[in-house]
Design a protein around this ligand. Structure first.
Ligand code: XMP
Length: 511
């Protein structure tokens, strides 16, 4: 299979580069720059990309690369730090730039270069550097420059070495994708036949090779990531996999049954499925607790305890499967293991249970790629495109103490909101939307009676990355209908409020 290696020098966009290569339909893997030449030869990539990185190439402890790599005859593209490293290693000169460049910058490129074929002679790119290449190494031609950066691009086509100071992989580089395509397809000579189904096939092969006759355990939440990971594992190892679905009683209406329908004994997959009804345990632990962080911790801990008990019942399990995806991987890929978000659905690892290894088959994928893989695996669309749901579930959508009665109220209100959003056909425009239960009760009148009931808060946001979010402008008619239905149909609610705050200063969830 054609592949490109992305050599990681600690930059921010390393996985994004790999993703862009995959968008050219070529398989890409990110590896630490310390990966040996022999390993590279063994992998026989069609091309190598050096990523950016935070250091100065001339600093004493900065990542370096053996000259040997340039003798392999494999095309190399250096980006930012990677470009400076090529210059530095091959006898050019790198220095602190008199003027740093950050952000969108116009670069003039030589369109006769194969890298810049069909690119405008003056094009906008994303720059982020304090050092620059002062002088290109012998044998290199300068093919791009900006007002303050004399060598914004350089190349030695006969040795198939290319370097750009800017970041073609980020969206702000208007024609960056064209440049990467030129490199991958024209310069490296890739055919570009890789598709997500090849990822799925390869992942299945790798899992089989790794697990052998061993047993694997997966914490299934019903969310996109753990569902895709579970199905992938089940295709690879069938009944050697057990999925444990902890129903903590804080799921959306009918959610537990829906998960069981897909993954349970009457579902479509070959795996062992255990649904643990742990509702009462969770409610008991949460009784009287009002502080949000405390609630989160209790839910996370209890989740682990339940999971651990199930694992022990199954007996010797060799592998733990996690649906970690790239945005969850906090460390850069410099050979360190990933830190898994402790607040994530799996809630941290049960360290009292012995596992030989953790398998994270989706580690290198972005969310939309996980969804593509999910579709490829035949997972129903309503599961693949479902909105994110936090691990602590409705526990953090009920302000104050969690009780079974409150869970029921928020489940019903949320189901109505979701139904009406679907009826209005606006679901795909929203990043996340849900109902939450405020801890506020107020006076109302129903029929001829005074009521003193809860207020439901509706929340709907637009967001690209869930780090920031804008309040979504849901059509008034939809809000009115939802509000009418909730107060009429959900006992215990007499008021509906719409949350108009953005994030920051608010967060998406209420707790
Ligand atoms: P906030 O509330 O921090 O949420 O703006 C950002 C995104 O993260 C989700 N979220 C969680 N997901 N476990 C999760 O798996 C959690 O504990 C958790 N808390 C928040 C939230 O739903 C939103 O998509």
């Amino acid at each position: 299979m054609e592949k490109v290696i992305v050599l990681d020098f600690g930059g921010q966009y390393n996985q994004l580069i790999a993703r862009r290569v995959r968008e050219c339909h070529v398989y890409a893997e990110v590896h630490p720059y310390t990966m040996g030449i022999d390993k590279i030869k063994e992998m026989a990539p069609k091309g190598i990309i050096f990523t950016g990185g935070p250091q100065s190439v001339y600093a004493s402890d900065s990542p370096q690369i053996s000259k040997e790599i340039f003798e392999l005859g494999i095309p190399i593209l250096g980006i930012c730090y990677g470009s400076q490293l090529i210059a530095h290693t091959l006898g050019g000169r790198v220095a602190t730039a008199p003027t740093s460049e950050y952000g969108k910058t116009e670069v003039c490129v030589n369109t006769k270069s194969e890298l810049f074929k069909n690119v405008n002679p003056a094009t906008i790119v994303w720059m982020s550097h304090t050092d620059y290449i002062e002088m290109a190494p012998e044998g290199f031609t300068v093919t791009g420059s900006t007002e303050v950066c004399p060598v914004a691009a350089m190349e030695n086509p006969s040795r198939k070495l290319y370097a750009v100071q800017f970041h073609p992989e980020v969206m702000h580089s208007v024609e960056g994708m064209k440049m990467l395509h030129n490199f991958i397809i024209d310069i490296c000579g890739c055919k570009g036949e890789w598709k997500m189904d090849s990822f799925v096939e390869k992942a299945i092969e790798d899992i089989r090779a790794k697990v052998g006759n061993g047993k694997a355990l997966c914490a299934l939440s019903g969310g996109v990531d753990s569902s895709v990971a579970a199905v992938l594992m089940s295709k690879a190892i069938g009944k050697q996999l057990t999925c444990v679905f902890v129903d903590h009683g804080l799921l959306r209406k009918n959610e537990g049954d829906e998960v069981e329908e897909v993954f349970g004994p009457n579902g479509s997959y070959d795996l062992n499925f255990i649904r643990v009804d742990a509702k009462d345990r969770f409610y008991k632990k949460l009784a009287g607790v009002t502080e949000p962080e405390k609630k989160r911790k209790i839910i996370g801990e209890e989740f682990i305890r339940v999971f651990e008990e199930e694992a022990k019942k199954i007996g010797a399990v060799d592998f733990l499967v996690q649906g970690t995806i790239y945005p969850d991987v906090i460390e850069s890929g410099l050979g360190k293991s990933a830190v898994i978000k402790s607040h994530h659905n799996v809630g941290g690892l049960p360290d009292c249970v012995d596992f030989k290894e953790i398998i994270e088959p989706l580690r290198m994928l972005f969310k939309d790629e996980v969804r593509k893989a999910g579709l490829e695996l035949g997972i129903p669309e309503h599961l693949v495109f479902r909105q994110p749901f936090p691990g602590p579930g409705l526990g953090i959508r009920i302000i104050g103490e969690v009780t079974e009665e409150k869970v029921k109220i928020v489940q019903e209100a949320d189901a109505i909101f979701r139904e009406e959003v679907a009826n209005a056909g606006i679901a795909k425009d929203l990043g996340q939307y849900f109902a939450a239960l405020t801890n506020m009760r107020s006076v109302g009148v129903m029929g001829d009676f005074r009521t003193y009931d809860y207020a439901i808060a509706l929340r709907a946001v637009h967001t690209a990355d869930f780090m920031t979010a804008d309040c979504a402008q849901i059509p008034w008619e939809v809000l009115q209908k939802v509000s009418n239905r909730i107060v009429n149909e959900v006992k215990g609610v007499n008021r509906v409020l719409y949350d108009c705050t953005s994030k920051p200063p608010a967060t998406i969830e209420l707790e």
